[in-house]
Design a protein around this ligand. Structure first.
Ligand SMILES: Nc1ncnc2c1ncn2[C@@H]1O[C@H](COP(=O)(O)OP(=O)(O)O)[C@@H](O)[C@H]1O
Ligand SMILES: [Mg+2]
Length: 409
């Protein structure tokens, strides 16, 4: 039994949920209802700042989901300290003082909005905004990829944004390691369809960091044109939509597509000449933005621009020259999962590991706060590019991937 941590909890009704949290968290207000959890803002009376609290109720109802929550917690702790990745500040496991708990609460720094809300808010965004947002996404992703982790769910609602335009990547619920051998349920969870790379749509089981770059391309296109760029109704239609916008891939670009149905869907779009890519965006769109976009939306994963290359692209040269772009000095270690092979991790083990992660936040913890990489140098913003408070209504109509687990909507 790990050491106990005497914390005082209170129960608070928030919308349709009841939160049971440390008394230090007051004034809870609902801010988001994601696929796994229900998210509230709160005042942290101890640190005197605002936080976001994500509740994941009945975590162990599904051991696959529970393993994913544990992974998210461990990844957030591993990446803690990078300015473009959300900071985890606390974990609570309830009921209290037992490793046989049911609910988990993950506490992070409160951000004011997310990219999905900003895009749908209709408020004007300048080329400077686009550069700064994209730059920060790539800067965060470089850190993630350098730890040999794929995010796999890059989409606007997983990019949190503050009024001063600071951006942080969140939601590591679908992340996994670059190596495949120990990964189970490979095709079970993949990025939301509209942001899904061709290699995933083509059922390729070998995919890598390039899937995140495709998603970043889709997000960037969405920022520029203010609506989701490739809106397929199902995986086949998604592939067809991509081909009708980006043009028919050459035989060489199709070399990785071995799945007959995928090949058929692609070839079915043959014949029509695509419109120029720039025609999908406002006339004053920076041509360098279009050039970088085209490279992120390269059909063949090996031809697609990498995160490091994208940071060096002329479109981002001003920011690239001003800021440090740290790499993570340690790969994320999935060993704790690997020991259980490709099967489920037993409930008691998951509980013990999550409880232990919570204990790392105890004020008098005898455990070291291992897990965070060296803090990068501060990010200096040359000027404030503020926007009005984004619309509260999330209503994005996004349709999640078909292959999600029970919890994903
Ligand atoms: N730290 C935070 N600050 C502000 N909003 C947040 C924060 N964390 C999450 N949210 C909001 O809650 C939503 C869901 O959170 P997320 O971590 O993506 O969970 P899920 O796995 O349920 O999608 C986000 O899209 C965002 O709108
Ligand atoms: Mg999310």
């Amino acid at each position: 039994m790990p050491d106990l941590w005497e914390r005082e909890y209170h129960k608070v009704a928030v919308g349709r949920e009841t939160f049971q949290v440390d008394v230090r968290y007051k004034n809870l207000k609902p801010i988001g209802d994601g696929s796994y959890g229900f998210v509230c803002s709160a005042d942290d009376a101890v640190e005197n700042r605002q936080v976001a609290i994500k509740k994941i109720g009945d975590v162990f109802n599904d051991l696959v989901d529970a393993k994913r929550i544990l992974r998210e917690i461990k990844l957030l702790r591993h990446f803690d300290g990078h300015e473009n990745i959300i900071n985890i500040t606390d974990i609570m496991c309830l009921p209290p003082n037992t490793t046989d708990f049911k609910d988990v609460y993950i506490v992070t720094n409160l951000m004011e909005s997310d990219m999905d809300r900003i895009i749908s808010s209709g408020q004007p965004l300048s080329d400077q905004h686009f550069q700064y947002f994209l730059y920060q996404v790539l800067r965060g992703l470089k850190f993630i990829h350098s730890a040999n982790v794929l995010h796999r769910d890059m989409k606007p609602s997983n990019l949190l944004v503050n009024a001063n335009c600071d951006l942080a990547i969140c939601d590591f619920g679908l992340a996994r390691g670059v190596e495949l051998e120990y990964e189970d349920e490979l095709t079970e969870y993949v990025v939301t369809r509209w942001y899904r790379a061709p290699e995933l749509l083509c059922d390729s089981s070998h995919y890598g960091k390039t899937v995140d770059m495709w998603s970043v391309g889709c997000i960037f296109a969405e920022m520029l044109c203010r609506h989701a760029f490739f809106q397929g109704h199902n995986p086949t239609h998604q592939l067809e939509t991509i081909v009708s916008v980006m043009g028919m891939p050459t035989e060489d670009e199709l070399s990785f597509v071995t799945h007959p149905a995928a090949r058929k869907a692609i070839l079915s779009r043959g014949g029509s000449t695509p419109k120029p890519l720039e025609s999908y965006f406002p006339a004053d769109t920076n041509p360098l933005a279009i050039d970088l976009l085209r490279r992120m939306l390269s059909f063949h994963p090996e031809h697609r621009i990498t995160v490091e290359e994208a940071l060096e692209h002329a479109y981002l040269s001003e920011l690239h020259g001003q800021m440090e772009e740290p790499s993570c000095d340690r790969s994320f270690d999935f060993e704790y999962e690997r020991v259980f092979g490709s099967g489920d991790i037993p409930r008691e083990e998951l509980q013990k590991m999550m409880f232990d992660d919570m204990m790392q936040f105890a004020p008098d913890s005898r455990h070291s706060r291992a897990g965070s990489c060296d803090e990068p140098d501060g990010m200096h913003q040359s000027e404030s590019k503020s926007y009005d408070d984004a619309d509260d209504a999330a209503g994005n109509g996004y349709d999640e991937g078909e292959e999600k687990s029970s919890r994903r909507k």
